[in-house]
Design a protein around this ligand. Structure first.
Ligand code: NDP
Ligand code: 2IT
Length: 444
């Protein structure tokens, strides 16, 4: 049996109850085959795959807080520190009722490779809670965030582990968590990224994931003799990543005609009105029905369905496993040319395969959405030197990073004879750097 198959079997046995984690590991190890086969003896002897698929450590803790009725509520908190071969653990905090250990592990595992691709010195980690921020008052959000950080603060630090935002965690939550960290640890340090601009945050971090996604997509198109100008784009999600992806796509001359939230979706043939979407989602924290109510050209539909709309480019920006095989078939039938993932693992394995086999340029989240964490690393740099850079400076660095990522994954795929397979290219390029660091640091 090949080394990859052997380790896949072990990982499946050990984590049988964690389907998302198994999906993420299967995708990575499967696509690493050409690279592993070329170095099998060395990697096997050093148990590289066994080590890279087992987190350094995982914390699970109780998060008690008091709601507005005086009732005590209890949630479960998580932080998985996966791999710090190339830098301090780095990755977001997800607040969503679906969160469990397997989901945090899949996200932390992906983060190792994504962070390596950024070219910056950050390791992989992820955390969160099954807390549902929807419908909670600001006071309840603060009570939860303070309680969550009261435990989390024992395990993190500017040179140890630096969390950030993800689904359900934005500037408000990061602010409350930063305040509590500072209060307990007595340290004013860059322990979180995505902070407000008055207390150590970086310009462009809010926009970075969506903007970065478009910078990479633009480079992909350019290298195939195309551009964003005049393209029709379908986006899913209506959160941080989706909003700024739509904004940048419009700046590049494309038209985004869809977005979605957890209950429904919008088709707006005139193009999504970003200012209105921001008002509905960032300010009012309301449903997309409010967008449709305020915009005559928009149609609102319950449930899911953005991928049935004809487009040139599809950008899934909501959550995992939201682009299924049938959606992939519909996209191909409609002539879609490129799918670039703004979310983490939004495309199922069979859908990915179908898209690739039918000539769609497919760039997975580890490469395509790396602009968020890359800009987080730029925030860490600014915090370390106690300076802040201009919007233009950070934006230029982000553009440069995304263009570099595209070429690194393209080159890696070519080196191993799988040209055009950007999934394999991303996994190989991310993996090579981490493995070199692991080998240099001995058995740990
Ligand atoms: P947000 O919480 O800001 O937005 C998530 C959006 O997806 C919301 O509009 C939400 O709907 C929608 N959604 C639809 N279905 C689901 C579901 N089942 N679970 C959760 N959300 C759902 O999160 P982000 O925009 O920050 O994150 C989106 C994706 O991008 C995630 O996969 C995240 O891991 C990834 N990502 C985020 C980065 C960042 O910097 N924020 C960086 C890299 C990746 P509703 O409005 O109803 O809640
Ligand atoms: O998935 C991700 O890369 C993020 N949620 C951002 C992580 C970060 O540390 O900025």
């Amino acid at each position: 049996m090949s080394y990859v198959d052997e380790v896949l079997e072990i990982v499946q046995k050990k984590n049988a109850d964690q389907p998302e984690f198994l999906q993420a590991v299967t995708e990575v190890l499967d696509s690493l085959r050409p690279c592993i086969d070329a170095n099998e003896e060395l990697y096997r002897k050093n148990a590289i795959l066994e080590r890279i698929t087992e987190p350094d450590r995982q914390f699970m803790f109780r998060v008690p807080w008091v709601d507005d009725n005086g009732q005590v509520q209890v949630n479960r908190g998580f932080r998985v520190q996966f791999n710090n071969a190339i830098g301090p653990y780095k990755g977001g905090l997800r607040l969503h009722p679906s969160v469990n250990l397997g989901i945090i592990k899949f996200l932390g595992f992906e983060q190792i490779f994504k962070n390596s691709l950024t070219t910056l010195p950050i390791g992989g980690g992820k955390g969160g809670s099954d807390f549902d921020p929807k419908g909670k008052s600001d006071r309840e959000i603060m009570a939860f965030c303070q309680s969550f950080m009261t435990e989390l603060c024992k395990y993190i630090g500017a040179d140890v582990d630096v969390p950030a935002g993800d689904i359900g965690t934005g500037a408000r939550e990061i602010g409350f968590m930063f305040g509590q960290y500072k209060r307990i640890r007595g340290m004013y340090e860059g322990v979180l990224t995505g902070k407000g601009l008055t207390y150590g945050g970086s310009l462009v971090r809010t926009e970075a994931t969506g903007y970065g996604l478009l910078y990479l997509t633009q480079e992909l198109l350019k290298c195939h003799g195309e551009s964003m100008e005049g393209k029709t784009v379908c986006v899913s999600g209506a959160g941080n990543v989706a909003i700024y992806a739509i904004q940048k796509a419009h700046q590049m001359g494309a038209k985004c005609v869809t977005c979605s939230d957890s209950t429904g979706w919008i088709y707006d043939p005139e193009g999504i009105d970003v200012a209105l979407l921001k008002e509905v989602k960032e300010v009012k924290r309301a449903r997309l029905t409010e967008y449709a109510a305020a915009r005559p050209s928009a149609q609102y539909h319950e449930g899911r369905g953005v991928w049935q709309i004809k487009c040139d480019i599809a950008l899934p920006c909501a959550t995992q496993n939201e682009l299924l095989l049938d959606d992939a078939k519909q996209l191909v039938a409609n002539g879609c040319k490129a799918v670039c993932e703004g979310a983490n693992m939004p495309t199922t394995l069979d859908a990915t395969k179908y898209l690739q086999e039918n000539g769609v340029w497919f760039v997975g989240g580890k490469a395509a959405n790396a602009g968020g964490v890359a800009t987080s690393a730029l925030e860490m740099s600014q915090n370390s030197e106690r300076l802040s850079w201009t919007f233009e400076e950070v934006d230029a660095k982000l553009q440069n990073i995304m263009v570099t990522i595209y070429h690194n994954i393209d080159d890696a795929a070519k080196r191993y004879g799988v040209e055009g397979d950007y999934v394999a290219g991303a996994n190989i390029a991310g993996f090579e750097k981490v493995v070199e660091a692991m080998l240099a640091q001995g058995v740990c």
